[in-house]
Ligand binder design. Structure first.
Ligand SMILES: C[S@@+](CC[C@H](N)C(=O)[O-])C[C@H]1O[C@@H](n2cnc3c(N)ncnc32)[C@H](O)[C@@H]1O
Length: 304
């Protein structure tokens, strides 16, 4: 049961467990993610689509590039959220047979409205149990910004292997190494310091399986499920520049910790974040401009 009387910005079984110094289980994790995504539906695409690499691509486009154009392939977007990746894939190649899956009905509703008349099949399900999808029936499974949140992760990877064809491909966009961006850790630490103020043990238990966040641990984990797969992990940095208040909102959106703050605390956190992200100003500037960069990793597993 959630404690609805609590004064936090957001209440879930996860936050209640942490507040009582208990270790949240996988049901608490699902409840927390559902609570965030019901309250802030579509926030991921708002943040992730605004951050671009040196050639102008956002992380959805970078992941989508792993799907060949002009081929009739069956592609599954695992934890598709509001469906932006599916829309990009559809616009690039109308011959694809596309399916999206997510556990959050509110996100799927957004996806459905965006993908009207596209023939994309949307499924409400957890990634740990893909019963709606037959064995060996998918050529490419993609997962954008969601693998990090899944715990237990082993059943997810086993299901991906089951649904993929023997020469299939699995690719995921996940967190990159913090040290790839100077001062990224400062942004992380600032947001977590506010979250810890709200719940002192926040951050002691990871949201999802922490092995996804490290290059070597991710490679080892994936190798257990795909021992013959060809595994590569590439790192990239994506950036947003603009009015600093807007940049701070986008930056905060990448951290689930920011969603548990009460409105007044969130305001304070955003003001501090804005100071941190402000680009040193030219005396002629009217508006404070800011910049936020973040590291991302692209995992690719090609089955042989
Ligand atoms: C950060 S959002 C990413 C959404 C989308 N892929 C994007 O990048 O726009 C994470 C998504 O993963 C979904 N999700 C998390 N854990 C899941 C699970 N075990 N099974 C299915 N969906 C899950 C959430 O409902 C949410 O829509």
């Amino acid at each position: 049961m959630k404690n609805l009387k609590s004064q936090r910005g957001l209440n879930s079984i996860w936050t209640d467990s942490l507040a009582h110094n208990l270790r949240p289980d996988s049901n608490a994790l699902v409840d927390h993610l559902m609570t965030v995504h019901q309250k802030h539906t579509g926030f991921t695409e708002e943040c992730a689509s605004s951050c671009r690499d040196e050639t102008g691509r956002n992380s959805y486009e970078w992941l989508a590039e792993l799907v060949p154009v002009n081929e009739k392939l069956r592609v599954l977007d695992l934890a598709c959220g509001s469906g932006l990746l599916l829309k990009i894939l559809f616009d690039r190649n109308k011959n694809l047979n596309l399916r999206g899956l997510d556990m959050c009905p509110e996100e799927l509703e957004l996806a459905e409205s965006r993908l009207k008349n596209s023939g994309v099949d949307l499924i409400e399900s957890k990634a740990q149990n893909l019963t709606a999808i037959h064995d060996n029936s998918i050529d490419i499974v993609l997962c954008h910004w969601a693998l990090t949140l899944m715990d237990p992760i082993a059943p997810v990877l086993n299901e991906v292997r089951r649904v993929l064809t023997p020469k299939g491909r699995f690719a995921a966009l996940v967190d990159g190494p913090m040290n790839a961006v100077p001062r990224y850790a400062d942004v992380h630490n600032l947001i977590y310091s506010y979250a810890k103020d709200e719940i002192p043990s926040y951050g002691e238990v990871d949201l999802g399986d922490s092995r996804i966040r490290g290059r070597e641990s991710l490679s080892n984990l994936v190798h257990e499920t795909f021992p013959k797969g060809n595994i590569t992990i590439e790192t990239k940095v994506v950036t947003i520049e603009g009015p600093v208040n807007q940049v701070s909102e986008i930056a905060a959106g990448f951290f689930y910790a920011a969603f548990i703050l009460k409105p007044e605390k969130r305001k304070l956190m955003l003001a501090n974040l804005a100071n941190m992200l402000t680009i040193p100003k030219d005396s002629t500037d009217f508006e404070r401009l800011g910049r936020f960069s973040m590291p991302i990793n692209r995992l690719l597993v090609d089955l042989i």
